[in-house]
Write a protein that binds this ligand. Structure first.
Ligand code: NI
Length: 144
């Protein structure tokens, strides 16, 4: 009989501030204003984003950890948050290049950046991105 392997979820919350203008460059300013409202104001605006990263795995018998959460913190802070914090999402972030910096597109791009950072046996299961204290975007990875 196979031994039971407990699956434990571990979550870490990150913070970054960034500016963006949500607009479609193929459209006129008038059409952008009509579709995106204040979000398309040409001078842009900022958000204090909160990002929650949820991973899952079986605790390692030698450490009791799914993954050292300090390592998760350092990896995500160093490789992802540092690239976003106090930047303009329209112009400064290579992995958002050519995309409308909506929170929907941002959370998918964040997934694609974070997933390859995780060690073998540790799975990225959920991202939660708060654009404001009231607006939250949730992503579980691509649907097949
Ligand atoms: Ni916005």
């Amino acid at each position: 009989m196979k031994a039971a392997r407990p699956r434990v979820y571990v979550s870490r919350r990150f913070h970054f501030s960034a500016a963006h203008r949500v607009y479609n460059p193929a459209w006129s300013d008038e059409k952008n204003a009509e579709v995106f409202g204040l979000c398309s104001h040409p001078a842009g605006h900022g958000h204090n984003y909160e990002l929650e990263v949820v991973i899952a795995g079986t605790p390692d018998p030698d450490t009791g950890y799914v993954m050292d959460i300090a390592r998760l913190r350092d990896l995500v802070e160093g490789k992802v948050i540092r690239v976003l914090d106090h930047r303009n999402l329209n112009t400064d972030v290579p992995f958002l290049s050519g995309q409308i910096p909506s929170s929907e597109n941002l959370i998918v791009a964040l997934w694609n950046q974070i997933q390859p950072l995780l060690p073998e046996g540790v799975e990225l299961v959920e991202l939660r991105l708060w654009e404001t204290p009231r607006n939250c975007f949730v992503y579980y990875g691509e649907t097949s």
